[in-house]
Structure formats: structure tokens, C-alpha cells
Design a protein around this ligand. Structure first.
Ligand code: PGA
Length: 257
């Protein structure tokens, strides 16, 4: 049994306006979530400040879905790490597949964002994962290794303790298709091997690696029972209290098993 504390994140993406975001946080705050699991919610930018206040004292942590790597200045539309810190954000997502493949972020940008966030004292969920054509060409492990090496370039072993990796096969995100438990575990074990090469075995053993991509109450427990899967990054199923709670409880069941 792993000694890593499971972590479940809710990536709300560009969903939920103020009233719905408030209701979801209120529901989660009242849900009696197990504290053997770290829980992070990532609302859209306009609602982060209100969410920070609402989450005070709940034990649920707050994440942003993105951040810019410069400290300040003429970067119209962007938000800095210190602005996020200022309003009580603790986590940021970097390298999410929608930012890589829809918005066009490069590995260089993902790395700059990851480093800037860590330098500012934020914790990071660094997302990696292969596209369907890469999986079909047996490139899953190579893509993950490349995205890890780029994403973590210049990140010290000390800062690594504030990084969580989310393995999210792109073809599984929002599609209802999930990697089989076996394939997911295989990818996670390979990711841990890459981390051991980049740092060392004990750093790799300490790192949490989440699975993401159509994770839901019906498949969470089996995925999380795998030795190298330490929780999940959840999109669609994070938008309903009952579903998100069930997924967090699945992670808790594994944690205390
Ligand atoms: P999904 O999204 O759970 O809706 O597939 C996961 C993610 O993009 O983090």
C-alpha cells in the first residue's frame, strides 16, 4: 500500500457561472469529505476570489486552471502567480491537454508556467498525456517522458514535493472513454520510472500521479486501487456534488484499505 496521500482535483473548465459555482462549493463543504484525501477545486478565473472566501475552513483547497509565467507588465488578459496567491489560490494546473492542443501552448510555456508557479510558492498539477494517434503508434510512454522532461526542466528536487503529475490520455478526456485499469497503471508506472531517472527513486516514490480522463464514480475505485495511481483529475464528474464526493470516497477507500 502506498504511503502517498491521494489527491483528487476538480477541473471545472469553462463551466458554471457564479450561482452554480457557489452552490457546488457549498455542497462540497457540507458533504463531509474524507480528510484522508486532499481535495482541490479549480473554478473559472472570475469566481476564484469568491471561492477562496467560501472555502475558508473547509479543508478543500483552491486551484486555478492556468497562470501566466511573467511577474507583471504588458500581458493583456493574463494573470500572474502573485495575483493568484494574493486571493488565496494554492494550486495551478499546467499543461492541461486543452491548453496544449486547443489553445496551442508549447512545452516551453508549460515549463515556464510550472517554474513560475513553484517559485511563487504555489503547488502545481502538471498534466501530461498522449493523443490517440500517438497511443496507436505505441508512443504513449515516449510522449509522457518527453512532456515530463520538458515540463520539469529546471525544477529542483526540493520543489518537486509541490508537484503532482496528472496523466490524462487526451483521447479519454471528456469522451466517456477511459484507459483500461491495466493500461493506466502501466503508463503510471512508466511515469514513475521517468521521475526516478530525472530525480531519484525516493523522489519518484513520494510523487502523486493522478489519472484523468472520463474518471467517474463507476470506475474510480478500480483505477485508484492500482499501486501507481494516487487519485484523479476530474472534469465532467467534478461538476456534481454526489459524483465528485463518490470519487473522493473511492480514493479514501484505497487510502485506508
Ligand atoms: P473529464 O476531464 O473527466 O471530463 O474527462 C478530465 C480533465 O480534463 O481533467
Amino acid at each position: 500500500m502506498s504511503e502517498r496521500k491521494p489527491i483528487v482535483g476538480g477541473n471545472w473548465k469553462m463551466n458554471l457561472h457564479a450561482a452554480d459555482a457557489e452552490a457546488l462549493i457549498a455542497g462540497l463543504a457540507d458533504a463531509g469529505l474524507p480528510d484522508s484525501v486532499e481535495t482541490v477545486v479549480c473554478p473559472a478565473f472570475p469566481y476564484l476570489a469568491a471561492a477562496a472566501k467560501q472555502l475558508e475552513g473547509t479543508g478543500i483547497m483552491l486551484g486555478a486552471q492556468d497562470v501566466y509565467y511573467e511577474a507583471n507588465g504588458a500581458f493583456t488578459g493574463e494573470v500572474s502567480c502573485s495575483m493568484l496567491k494574493d486571493i488565496g489560490v494554492q494550486w495551478v494546473l499546467t499543461g492541461h491537454s486543452e491548453r496544449r492542443h486547443v489553445i496551442g501552448e508549447t512545452d516551453v510555456m508549460v515549463n515556464a508556467k510550472t517554474r513560475a508557479a513553484l517559485d511563487a510558492g504555489l503547488s502545481v498539477i502538471l498534466c501530461i498525456g498522449e493523443k490517440i494517434e500517438q497511443r496507436e503508434a505505441n508512443q504513449t510512454d515516449a510522449i509522457n517522458a518527453g512532456q515530463l522532461a520538458y515540463g520539469l526542466a529546471g525544477v529542483s528536487a526540493e520543489d518537486l514535493s509541490r508537484v503532482v503529475i496528472a496523466y490524462e490520455p487526451v483521447w479519454a478526456i471528456g469522451t466517456g472513454k477511459t484507459a483500461s485499469t491495466e493500461d493506466a497503471e502501466k503508463a503510471h508506472a512508466a511515469i514513475r520510472g521517468v521521475l526516478a531517472n530525472l530525480y531519484d527513486q525516493s523522489a519518484a516514490d513520494a510523487m502523486r500521479i493522478q489519472y484523468g480522463g472520463s474518471c467517474k464514480p463507476g470506475n474510480a475505485a478500480e483505477l485508484f486501487s492500482q499501486p501507481d495511481i494516487d487519485g484523479g483529475l476530474i472534469g465532467g464528474a467534478a461538476l456534481k456534488v454526489a459524483d465528485f464526493k463518490a470519487i473522493i470516497e473511492a480514493a479514501a477507500g484505497v487510502a485506508t484499505a
